[in-house]
Design a protein around this ligand. Structure first.
Ligand SMILES: [Zn+2]
Length: 438
């Protein structure tokens, strides 16, 4: 017996590392959710002192119940997604799907079989998610009065998004698979270039072509608000193509405002629900906050970060896709290489395995990402306070927290891991605003 017999094979080691990472991932998520549920439940009986003059006990308790209900549902989703992930990988789901499609297509379809594999995978995952999405909208959101969708609208959305997904996704996937086969060992660089070009294109066509398929966008009518907003933008040296109101109330009572597009194609979009809840000075302050994200180049930094992260990811995938243990360790038999008579390459398999497995590991980076995002929120708040009124933004925040039934008593560790926005009280304190009695 040689010494190497005492070591795990690379494939077995891959299975072990993946299994342990998944266990740690689920364990940490479960622990954090449990902490958050406890923190919210513990503080349900009384409104936190600083908000006691502003928020009524019944809306505080509604927020607590909504938060706990969503967290409990999240635990169900967590268990299901871990089971699905194991099903695809170590339990052989992806392997079986690949084998079935190989036998359906027969030999000689080096592009079509992998494309069918990606499409079938997306379809099956979509079907698994469907009951959860239905429950979330028509049971949870409905119970707390947020859902404004009819089943008919929900189905129409589903059909539309599936069609849009096919029209955009299939050619993009075909292009990526083709590049992977045709461009040799640097395929990951070519694929990255194509993907980034596509992402930039989407930033231009999403607001003008795709979003209008789902919502109506009308120019902002309210003249005094228009005046206010135009003055604010002039003050901040900011040009946008237009101010729009979106009929967010068709689907949900949750409120929002955002910018889309870049360069000269930028547009400001207000949800009608936001305009209904806030006074004009508050809307102005919220917009000033959004402008702060632009002034501090947060959006550009995010895009650059995403590009760099994608490049590193694809380079890693380029290497992994040539390692037999990567497939075998994750429950997949790789297709035969050409020198052994194989015709169907392994790129689609590698891509799917990578997409399945990477989030298990990158989850542990979420405190860093959340920290960065919260830092950006403070910077945008400071900008808003300098260009508009800090008290108006504070009032708007309290209203939005109340109307969105967000909890005012989160667990600090849960905040560190997940919160992209700092808790309302911290933001208001940092701006020097006050929590004014209702
Ligand atoms: Zn923000």
């Amino acid at each position: 017996m040689t010494e190497t017999a005492f070591f795990l094979s690379p494939a077995a080691l891959t299975s072990l590392v993946f299994g342990l990472a998944l266990l740690a991932n689920v364990g940490v998520k479960l622990w954090l959710a449990t902490r958050q549920i406890r923190a919210v439940a513990r503080n349900r009986a009384a409104v936190p002192a600083e908000f006691s003059q502003t928020i009524a006990l019944d809306s505080h308790q509604r927020a607590a119940d909504y938060t706990v209900t969503k967290l409990r549902f999240g635990l169900l989703e967590l268990a299901l997604s871990a089971a699905v992930l194991l099903g695809w990988t170590l339990l052989g789901g992806l392997d079986a799907l690949n084998a079935a499609l190989l036998s359906v297509f027969g030999p000689g379809y080096p592009l079509l079989q992998p494309l069918a594999l990606l499409a079938a995978f997306a379809l099956i995952n979509g079907l698994i998610d469907l009951p959860l999405a239905l429950y979330q909208t028509f049971v949870i959101e409905e119970r707390f009065g947020f859902n404004k969708m009819t089943l008919k609208l929900w189905l129409a959305d589903l059909v539309k998004s599936t069609v849009v997904g096919c029209v955009i996704g299939l050619p993009l996937a075909a292009l990526a698979l083709w590049l992977m086969q045709a461009t040799g060992s640097l395929w990951w660089l070519w694929t990255w270039g194509a993907w980034m070009a596509f992402s930039l294109l989407m930033m231009v066509i999403y607001p003008t072509v795709i979003a209008p398929l789902f919502n109506k966008f009308q120019p902002l009518q309210d003249e005094s608000l228009q005046e206010r907003v135009t003055q604010l933008m002039a003050r901040c040296g900011f040009a946008a193509k237009g101010l729009f109101v979106m009929d967010g109330s068709r689907r949900s009572a949750h409120a929002n405002a955002y910018f889309t597009g870049f360069g000269a194609a930028k547009r400001v979009v207000f949800f009608d629900t936001l305009l209904a809840q806030l006074t004009p000075p508050e809307v102005e302050a919220v917009l000033a906050h959004e402008l702060g994200h632009f002034k501090h180049k947060h959006i550009l930094k995010r895009i650059v970060g995403l590009f760099a992260f994608s490049l590193a990811g694809l380079a890693l995938l380029g290497w992994l896709s040539n390692q037999p243990w990567f497939y075998a360790g994750l429950g997949v038999t790789p297709n035969l290489p050409p020198q052994m008579g194989g015709v169907v390459p392994n790129h689609a398999l590698a891509l799917l395995l990578f997409a399945l497995v990477v989030p298990v590991f990158t989850f542990f980076l979420s405190p860093l990402m959340a920290q960065l995002s919260r830092k950006h929120e403070f910077e945008a708040d400071a900008y808003a306070a300098s260009q508009a009124n800090a008290q108006d933004l504070s009032n708007a925040l309290v209203k939005l927290y109340k109307d969105n039934a967000s909890t005012l008593t989160p667990d600090p560790l849960y905040v560190r891991f997940y919160y992209s926005h700092p808790p309302a009280s911290e933001r208001i304190a940092r701006m020097g605003g006050k929590i004014v009695p209702a």
